[in-house]
Design a protein around this ligand. Structure first.
Ligand code: ADP
Ligand code: ZN
Length: 211
């Protein structure tokens, strides 16, 4: 234990889909490997973009594989005592217990890097991400490019057969007929919620001044 830094911390890399969170996580892990740190990488079993295997290699030939997890308890069980850096990708799919787990790992002296989409398709905090952002020592919120207007994108647009998906749909929807786009606040559409918000706006705000 003597070789371990005495203080750990939590870093969160958040943002919309396609904003480069995984790229940034991989960059940080590569650098940790170059520094000779012992690294473990976890990712939600719900994310199968890499065909079930997600391997990160550093230039000096060291490599680590992502370990799939379905709950915060599994992360706690799989972290080895000698690990110095713990990275977790797609954390939005995990349960709120992940907050206690990453706090405990940081308290034990580990550097914890968490990446995840901070908002669901409605623009609401996604899973435990809001709680993780509140607890982290360092936060980076990345933007993508809005596919409609080219501005910085902060929202996940869910589409079903090319049309904006209604707010009532399930929060987690992997695979199937739907797809996702990165969009800015202005171009992001959530049909039912938009109607409700316009109604609220109309009834609670004073009428705009007339010239
Ligand atoms: P995330 O983990 O945040 O979903 P990734 O690291 O997997 O993001 O992917 C980021 C890459 O996605 C970018 O480097 C870019 O090549 C590509 N990309 C595709 N669509 C977009 C978009 N609308 N805005 C920005 N990058 C995009
Ligand atoms: Zn836009």
């Amino acid at each position: 234990m003597l070789h371990r830094a005495r203080h750990g911390w939590v870093e969160v890399v958040s943002g919309v889909m396609f904003s480069g969170k995984s790229e940034e996580l991989i960059r940080r892990i590569r650098r940790a490997l170059i520094a000779g740190r012992r690294v473990q990488l976890f990712k939600s079993h719900l994310d199968d973009r890499y065909g079930g295997q997600f391997r990160i290699s550093s230039h000096d030939g060291r490599q680590i594989d992502a370990e799939p997890v379905s709950s915060s308890v599994q992360v706690a069980e799989k972290v080895r005592r000698e690990t110095q850096v713990v990275a977790i990708d797609e954390a939005q799919f995990l349960d709120d217990g992940i907050c206690e787990v990453v706090d405990a790992l940081a308290d034990a002296g580990m550097r914890v890097i968490v990446a995840g989409t901070d908002m669901d398709f409605r623009g609401e905090p996604f899973g435990p991400m809001g709680l993780l952002l509140a607890r982290a020592e360092r936060i980076d919120k990345l933007n993508a490019i809005c596919v409609v207007c080219g501005d910085p994108a902060t929202r996940n647009q869910r589409l079903i057969d090319g049309e904006p998906a209604p707010a009532e749909g399930p929060t987690i929807q992997v695979g199937g007929a739907e797809s996702y786009e990165a969009r800015c606040r202005r171009c992001h559409e959530v049909p039912k919620r938009d109607r409700a918000q316009k109604e609220l706006f109309r009834t609670t705000l004073p009428a705009p001044p007339t010239a």
